[in-house]
Design a protein around this ligand. Sequence first.
Ligand code: G3P
Ligand code: MG
Length: 250
Amino acid sequence: MSERALPPWPYPRLMAHRGAGKLAPENTLAAFRLGASFGYSVFECDVKLSGDGKSFLLHDATLERTTSGAGRADALTLGELAMLDAGSWHGPAFAGEPPATLAAIFRYLRANGFSCNVEIKPSPGNEWRTGAAVALDVKAMAQGMAVVPLLSSFSETALEAARATVPELPRALLLDALPADWLERLERLDCAALDANHKALSAGIVARAHAAGRRVLCYTVNDPERVQTLFEWGVDSVITDAVNRLPPPA
Ligand code: G3P
Ligand code: MG
């Protein structure tokens, strides 16, 4: 195991998942505004490319669940995506909320002194191209932000592309379960953090990551007692849906 000092971690201990978890339509500007109303200042969101190569927010590979569209998300141009309703599925209060472009989200973050964890969520087959393009967009849009955005992905190819394109942006490797070589994977991608499913963590895993100079972030934790346990283990930040039930982040 290599010895390495812990990298900077300018993020609060709690981050809002997909903008504001489940209280507003995920990955829309409305969700970010709602998360901010509960005191959150750093927001996780899922970002992929439109058919014409523009960064926008959507979790799924297809449009059905969270928009009025259908089919693969990368089959539409950004102009076509802008015509969709990404709010009505959640409820009438959000009818007409558009899918969010990364540019719109960064305009909001910059105007309010906020930051984000951009989860690179490539459409299938677009891993390298998405990692490179999203990293370049984040670099350009984050100029002058006090808290540098954190990139993360389940796709090691996307993280490798982000590293090759914009090495200075911090990266986190998302892992749902921890393979035996999880630390070697982090080291190969020069990740600042492990970003794990909280169920895969233990006090020992957190200590091992820290000893190797890697921060620990985890998702998606909505039970206050579990959050407390994770902090006692030394977890650096927790991503939550429960922005209305967990105390304002510090
Ligand atoms: O980035 C953490 C978390 O969002 C990963 O899972 O499926 O909610 O994007 P998912
Ligand atoms: Mg996500």
